[in-house]
Design a protein around this ligand. Structure first.
Ligand code: ZN
Length: 285
């Protein structure tokens, strides 16, 4: 292969990140990292379940040895609960996640903030608990140097997974908690926000708060919204348009593939999945 082409390829791997959920957590993170590197990804975002948080240095080394850098770390535990003890426990757990993220060299911990407190109908009260929980993590963000990227989830998940549902809401929370942008940013996940009629102005308004861009696709006839995400290009989302909106904010990080697909892609050979992701990143993202 001619040197120019090689340089081009090397450059582009920097714009590709694999979120390990895409392979269904079937193998140790060291193996996933090797496969991702071979498929042309330069970054990886692992999940807590794959990392030995007692000894994160070992996993960090395995990822480095594969030639990858850790982009983000997934994810926080939910912050609204029916008791003070449970809320405190969630904060402690998220503090440990920030520490592990720092040991891995991740730039941010992705926050899925949680839905309504158990047994509650108090949506405002639950949101207030979440904000207090995030605020309580600010000292740990300061110490670890790892920011938190707030990820709005599709409103389908408001009850059980996230009362943060739009980019505009994430931006408002960031402004409330952290006017100067030292602690919190935003993760834009195409799957969760594509439907929002106010998406373009919201992303533009978020500006430098945008810290991550996740892609998959919303299948027109999805079987269920949690584990039936589509491969980029197989669904209804105009990913090129969305990417242009995100990059217009100045975001120059990698496009992160994150596909939860229990019955389709998690059953496919991991190398085939990665090859397909790589190809679709070139053609439809
Ligand atoms: Zn995501």
């Amino acid at each position: 292969m001619e040197p120019v082409r090689l340089r081009e390829l090397a450059g582009r791997s920097d714009r590709r990140c694999l979120n390990t959920a895409t392979l269904g957590y079937r193998e140790p993170v060291a193996v996933t990292a090797q496969r991702a590197a071979a498929a042309g990804f330069g970054w990886i975002t692992p999940w807590r379940r794959e990392i030995d948080e007692g000894r994160p240095a070992r996993d960090a080394e395995a990822i480095r040895a594969a030639g990858l850098r850790v982009r983000s770390y997934c994810r926080t535990s939910y912050l609204a609960h029916d008791s003070e003890a449970a809320r405190r426990q969630a904060i402690d757990d998220n503090r440990r996640a920030l520490e592990a993220a720092a040991a891995l060299g991740a730039r941010e911990l992705v926050a899925v903030v949680g839905g309504l407190a158990d047994g509650s109908r108090d949506i405002d009260g639950s949101r207030a608990q979440i904000l207090r929980g995030l605020e309580a993590l600010m000292p740990a963000i300061e110490t670890t140097g790892v920011k938190i990227a707030l990820e709005p989830l599709h409103p389908f998940y408001a009850a059980d997974r996230s009362l943060l549902n739009t980019i505009a809401q994430a931006q408002a929370w960031c402004e409330t908690l952290d006017r100067e942008g030292r602690y919190f940013g935003i993760a834009v996940d195409a799957y969760h926000v594509w439907w929002d009629p106010l998406l373009a102005p919201a992303i533009a308004g978020a500006g430098p708060r945008v810290r991550a861009f996740h892609v998959s696709d919303w299948l027109r006839h999805t079987q269920e919204p949690l584990l039936d995400r589509g491969m980029m290009g197989d669904g209804v989302v105009d990913l090129k348009r969305l990417r242009a909106m995100v990059e217009a904010t100045g975001f120059d990080g990698p496009v992160e593939v994150e596909i939860f697909s229990r019955d389709r892609w998690w059953k496919e050979d991991p190398d085939v999945v990665l090859r397909t992701c790589r190809e679709r990143l070139e053609t439809v993202c």
